[in-house]
Design a protein around this ligand. Structure first.
Ligand code: FAD
Ligand code: SF4
Length: 466
């Protein structure tokens, strides 16, 4: 990847700084020129402390100190082999995991102000550089079992599952309704956090390993699920969560109000040349509602589209924001104005949106999960002017309708029941069907979806007795 510094400059109105030229950090600046020297420098910092908390905190339990040692010794291909033993997409996790609350947050060096080993950077460096130098997964010992599994959904869960199946001689055929693999990696997470070429390159590697992709194929519309269940030895479902949470206040249906994901997807599809129009924030006053990472992606994408101003309203204070600290800091630096302790109560306007009515909140008693709930302060209403509003309140499970006919049960929140500790890991209530990722645990992380896809593949291998 090398040094791919790229700065964009956007003229925009910033209420605090008057007319400002905002310098936007692109991927290269965030990671810098993370070359072999810097990777070795970081790897050398590992204390090999004997209690690898970083490994335990990492959801796929990467052998972190071991691959850091291999990097120190300059043994990059071995490090790539080892890294792929536990993770199907290490170069992706190195870029998008919230390391501050996972591996790096658990690094012994992070205590006492020494700064954690930058594990994510090294993980990304190992795979990017090894691939660039010709490393490929070793498939020479794989024996074909003659079994075939349909994987529905080419997101991280589906890809994790397909990776383990193919390495064990089971042919995965992966169906996805989109034109490229990756699910939210491609169509949700913006390119300034995860470059789209990374996913294309991974598709090519996976195809060479023997994974077949049937893209632009919507299961349930273009092909019947019954057909797949009859044709294949087992089926894995990894179709994610795609119902948007609503605020439940007046005005959400006004022209100019958008859900976060359609906005981000339209931006990516235009980038990929799949469409020539997008939901556009150029020269608009944008208000983003929400405090998670999806809200940060909306903030930063709006800035890149050339919004006149971007304000982000969140109902708790900064300390209680769910978004990663790194993303909030990036958004601030790029000129996003944060309005903490503001709860939206109405989107105002006649034909189209003109503003968002908010009340100021103060934090009350902690609930059973320890989160203090925001309480409105009487008489504190104000209107934030807006041309466009983006709603980023998260996602609810959206189980496909055809699940019921298959006897696949969901829980009271709509999540597919596929326990990790059943007869076979991640088996649903239909013995031939397995599931994992966001559709099972609810909207979560890339790395947990990969883990569940891989674990479900192990469940399928046990079920097929291969
Ligand atoms: P998905 O990634 O949603 O993939 C599901 C796939 O199934 C899709 O490709 C979809 O097209 C396909 N599909 C669905 N139904 C059908 C059908 N009927 N037929 C064929 N195909 C179908 N996590 C992080 O760790 N770090 C981040 O920085 C981060 N940023 C995020 C930003 C945004 C905007 C969003 C929305 C999420 C973000 N996440 C992030 C969360 C992460 O992307 C998800 O947890 C993860 O992608 C879930 O993986 P999955 O495989 O379960 O589902
Ligand atoms: Fe850290 Fe994520 Fe990599 Fe695990 S997968 S080592 S949590 S960056």
């Amino acid at each position: 990847m090398g040094n791919n510094f790229q700065f964009l400059e956007v003229e925009r109105h910033n209420p605090q700084k008057k007319e400002a030229k905002v310098r936007i950090k692109e991927f290269g600046e965030i990671y810098g020129d993370f070359n072999g020297e810097r990777a070795a420098e970081q790897a050398d910092r590992c204390l090999h402390c004997g209690n690898p908390y970083c490994e335990w905190k990492c959801p796929v339990h990467n052998y972190i100190p071991n691959w850091l040692k291999l990097v120190s010794e300059g043994n990059l291909f071995k490090a790539a082999d080892l890294s792929h033993q536990t993770n199907s997409l290490p170069e992706v996790c190195g870029r998008v995991c919230p390391q501050d609350r996972l591996c790096e947050g658990a690094c012994t060096l992070s205590e006492g102000g020494f700064g954690a080993v930058t594990i994510g950077d090294v993980e990304k460096y190992i795979t990017d550089t090894a691939i660039e130098q010709g490393w490929r997964p070793d498939m020479s010992n794989v024996k074909d079992t003659g079994k075939r599994v349909a994987v529905i959904g080419a997101g991280p869960a589906g890809l994790g599952c397909a990776d383990i199946l193919v390495r064990n001689g089971v042919k995965p055929v992966v169906y996805d309704r989109y034109a490229e693999i990756g699910g939210l990696l491609t169509y949700g997470i913006p390119a300034f956090k995860l470059e789209k070429e990374v996913i294309t390159r991974r598709r090519e590697i996976m195809e060479d390993m023997g994974i077949e992709f049937k893209l632009n194929t919507d299961v349930g519309n273009d092909i019947g699920i019954d057909e797949l269940v009859a044709e294949y030895d087992a089926v894995f479902l990894g179709t994610g969560t795609y119902s948007y949470m609503k605020g439940g206040f007046p005005g959400e249906e006004l022209d100019g109000v958008y859900d976060a994901l359609p906005f981000l997807v339209s931006n990516t599809k235009m980038l990929l040349g799949e469409t020539d129009s997008r939901i556009d924030m150029k020269d608009k006053k944008v208000v983003v509602l929400g405090g998670g990472d999806t809200a940060m992606d909306c903030n930063r994408t709006s800035i890149r589209q050339g919004a006149e101003s971007v304000s982000c309203a969140y109902r708790r204070d900064e300390a209680n924001m769910p978004g990663s600290k790194r993303e909030v800091a990036n958004a601030k630096e790029e000129g996003v104005e944060f309005l903490w302790n503001r709860q939206p109560v109405e989107i105002v306007g006649t034909d189209k949106v003109e503003g968002v009515k908010v009340v100021t909140t103060q934090l009350g008693e902690a609930d059973e999960r320890g989160r203090r709930s925001p309480e409105p302060i009487e008489g504190s209403e104000e209107i934030i002017p807006a041309d466009h509003v983006l709603i980023a309140f998260g996602f609810r499970p959206s189980p496909p309708e055809w699940l019921t006919d298959l006897g696949v049960e969901v829980d009271d929140r709509g999540r597919v029941k596929a326990p990790s500790n059943g007869n076979f890991g991640f088996q649903t209530t239909n013995e031939k069907i397995f599931a994992g990722g966001d559709m099972v645990r609810g909207s979560d992380l890339v790395v947990t979806a990969i883990y569940e896809g891989r674990q479900a593949a192990q469940g399928i291998l046990d079920y097929l007795d291969v």
